[in-house]
Write a protein that binds this ligand. Structure first.
Ligand SMILES: Nc1ncnc2c1ncn2[C@@H]1O[C@H](COP(=O)(O)OP(=O)(O)OP(=O)(O)O)[C@@H](O)[C@H]1O
Ligand SMILES: [Mg+2]
Length: 350
């Protein structure tokens, strides 16, 4: 059984449906990443789980315990949900020491002094902050401040960590390091994570499952590999990983590109698309190879060296296809005619 359950959760702001009938279960100890473009409803979802936002419809529960239920107009306030939260902005209190920042939620909960001391020290130790505990968080870097926020969330020994782009204000090197630290903490403490990001590599690296959202509507929920290999629709295909698209005409025998008849690359599209007579062929740039004879004919328009990879833009009948090959693969030069062989293409309605 899922540990956290959202059932038909809906939130509207005026005419905007920020979150539309979201149904989702997160297992104990699972990390679920919510991924989607700006404004798709990620923060709103998190705020509803945290209890900062009421629901227009649906229900949220943890285990057997109902936290929010629109039908009964029932809401457990945020301070009575055992959730740790870390947001993008460095939410530390500058007038309190690092220690007091972390101890604060425990003082609010009126825990015994000895318990507050023990838990605060434990959280500081696990986030490598013991040596700066007496200092001000203002003397710490952005990463240090986020560690304080993380320690504060840890100290309450949360069932669930709600993380809203916690690393996006950090520089890239530090971001990767913090990812590992968050994963380590999760392993040690066993909490579930609902992790909001619009950085797909962060989602891939951290999570057991990814939820892709668009305009408040779930597009797909699956493991990182599933979402990458078997995207539910064109939006997910384009949002996760790199993509190349080619609008094509379709006949019963093959496809038509810029008036030229071509055989199917790696098998035909579904019959309903053939019946429609046109489609968009989609491929990952890394799954396209060059061939001197045959293939989908085009010419290299641009070529860029990206370290280990060479990134090509190939003009195919007026459309640009992106192709990526390993640096060691000698490919065509700019202006050269070439053929493209597409492995496992996907087809979407035009
Ligand atoms: N308090 C509010 N009042 C009115 N509209 C709001 C409010 N909060 C969010 N919205 C709207 O709800 C939609 C979802 O917003 P939300 O902040 O959840 O998106 P997001 O996915 O977190 O985006 P971002 O990646 O930019 O943080 C947007 O259209 C937003 O403008
Ligand atoms: Mg947001």
């Amino acid at each position: 059984m899922a540990f956290i359950e959202l059932n038909g959760v809906t939130k509207r702001f005026g005419a905007v449906t920020a979150v539309d009938r979201l149904t989702l279960g997160i297992a104990q100890g699972e990390c679920l990443a919510m991924l989607g473009p700006s404004g798709c409803g990620k923060t709103t979802t998190l705020r509803m789980v945290a209890g900062f936002e009421d629901l227009d419809d649906g229900e949220i529960r943890v285990g057997e315990r109902v936290l929010s239920a629109k039908a009964k107009n029932f809401y457990v306030p945020p301070e009575h949900r055992n959730f740790g939260m870390v947001f993008q902005a460095f939410a530390v209190w500058p007038h309190l020491s690092v220690f007091e920042n972390v101890a604060f939620p425990l003082r609010i909960r009126k825990l015994p002094k000895a318990e507050i001391l023990a838990r605060t020290e434990e959280a500081l130790r696990h986030t490598n902050l013991l040596s700066v505990a007496a200092g001000s968080p203002n003397d710490l870097s952005g990463g240090g401040k986020q560690r304080v926020a993380l320690a504060r969330a840890l100290a309450i020994r949360p069932d669930v960590m709600l993380l809203d782009e916690p690393l996006s204000s950090l520089d890239p090197h530090f971001r990767e390091e913090m990812r590992f630290e968050i994963k380590d903490l999760q392993r040690k403490f066993g909490f579930s994570i609902l992790y909001v990001t619009h950085d797909q590599s962060e989602a891939m690296a951290l999570s057991d499952r990814i939820l892709v959202m668009r305009d408040g509507v779930v597009q797909q929920i699956g493991t990182p590999i599933d979402v990458y290999r078997a995207p539910a629709n064109r939006f997910v295909f384009e949002f996760i990983g790199l993509s190349s698209f080619l609008p094509v005409g379709l006949t019963a025998e093959g496809m038509v590109v810029a008036g030229q008849h071509q055989p199917w690359p790696d098998g035909p599209p579904p019959p309903e698309l053939i019946a429609a007579g046109k489609a968009v062929l989609a491929a990952r740039p890394s799954e396209i190879r060059f061939t001197s004879e045959g293939g989908l004919r085009g010419a290299v328009a641009r070529k860029a060296y990206l370290g280990e990879i060479i990134d090509y833009r190939v003009d195919v009948g007026g459309s640009e296809m992106r192709v990526q090959r390993p640096r060691r693969d000698p490919g065509p030069a700019v202006g050269d005619p070439c053929g493209l062989l597409i492995a496992s293409p996907r087809w979407y309605p035009a």
